[in-house]
Design a protein around this ligand. Structure first.
Ligand SMILES: Nc1ncnc2c1ncn2[C@@H]1O[C@H](COP(=O)(O)OP(=O)(O)OP(=O)(O)O)[C@@H](O)[C@H]1O
Ligand SMILES: CC(C)(CO)[C@@H](O)C(=O)NCCC(=O)O
Length: 307
């Protein structure tokens, strides 16, 4: 299926059996929270894949905190709490933000004393006006369409212990950066950052996002399946846009559905698929963990980088 050099490959059953502690079931409230943001998420996958993953992360974070203390001791510095950053990469529409939101709910559930924050790198896309000015309007999502300097500065602020940070907000609904709106991030213990470029090496910067991430996950699936998910999401976005003239997708609702879907297919084939093949997929082998999904987003394999 892929070049798996340097990865341990686990079937779903093997991964599930690494951690099954029935004494810590999810509460009804947490289950409701999961279903609230996506009622199609498989609760079996939550149990079999995500709960062991959260406990694997617990070990990693414990090790990370101990190392920060040891390092501060060696350097005779005052120990300080350094946030742990988890990066989530993968194609457009593969389910990165769903994975990130699910992880956030689960980390909140299992690490109730910790402050868990989540952002998307979409917030660091140049606005449509800026993309036009730079001649990048057909390159949205490609490495050069992001303000990497701002993203790196933000991550550096998080790691340096800055109290309050502001992240620009991107909206699929207006297909642009939302003017005059920011997401406030207040000293997280754990920050989840999801985006197609979290494992990329930007040509414009000397420092990479991955220099700041302590654990990275690549969400993987066959491109043909991702195309299906992209088109399904497009149709869901059309439904939301039907009675909303301010919605970017509203004009698509004025044409026959078949024609609108053809347009979405053309965007997939001309923009998002080439981006996947040329810039996103080549970063997969850098991830600490690869989560592979099949039909209906069901996870069938987990891979962990050996070193
Ligand atoms: N685990 C899942 N179970 C069911 N549906 C899912 C799951 N993950 C994602 N989806 C669906 O797949 C589509 C794409 O998911 P999502 O928006 O999370 O992708 P993304 O990778 O964050 O995309 P983008 O990069 O464009 O923001 C959505 O319609 C979402 O509802
Ligand atoms: C915002 C991104 C880049 C990533 O989430 C993507 O959803 C996108 O808008 N890509 C550009 C082409 C398209 O409309 O699918």
């Amino acid at each position: 299926m892929m070049d798996l050099m340097n990865y341990d490959v686990f079937s779903k059953r093997e991964w599930r059996d690494f951690y099954q502690d029935a004494s810590v079931p999810l509460t009804q409230a947490s289950l409701r929270q999961i279903k609230a943001f996506n009622d199609r998420i498989s609760l079996q996958d939550v149990q079999d894949i995500y709960i062991p993953l959260v406990h694997y992360l617990r070990l990693l974070i414990k090790h990370f905190d101990e190392w920060q203390d040891s390092k501060a001791g060696f350097l005779r510095q005052k120990p300080r709490h350094v946030p742990y950053i988890i990066g989530i990469a993968g194609s457009v529409a593969v389910g990165k933000s769903t994975t990130a939101r699910l992880l956030k709910v689960l980390l909140n559930h299992f690490f109730s004393d910790q402050r868990i924050e989540m952002i998307t790198t979409d917030g660091f896309l140049y606005s449509t006006a800026e993309l036009k000015k730079r001649g990048l309007i057909t390159r949205k999502g490609f490495p050069e369409s992001y303000d990497m300097k701002a993203l790196i500065t933000f991550l550096n602020d998080v790691k340096s212990g800055k109290q309050l940070m502001e992240v620009p907000v991107y909206s699929h609904k207006i297909y642009d950066i939302v003017p005059n709106e920011v997401q406030e991030i207040e000293r997280p213990d754990v920050l989840i950052i999801e985006g197609i470029n979290t494992l990329q090496l930007p040509s414009s910067e000397q420092i990479y996002v991955s220099d700041f991430t302590d654990f990275s996950i690549y969400v993987d699936a066959r491109p043909k399946l991702i195309e299906e998910w992209y088109l399904e999401r497009f149709k869901a976005l059309l439904k939301l846009a039907e009675n909303d003239p301010d919605n970017y997708y509203h004009s698509y609702t004025k044409m026959p559905l078949k024609d609108a879907v053809e347009e979405a297919k053309s965007i997939w084939f001309n923009v998002d698929l080439p981006n996947l093949e040329d810039y996103i997929l080549p970063t997969r082998s850098r991830a600490n963990m690869i989560i592979h999904k099949g039909e209906q987003h069901i996870i069938d394999q987990v891979m962990l980088r050996k070193s």
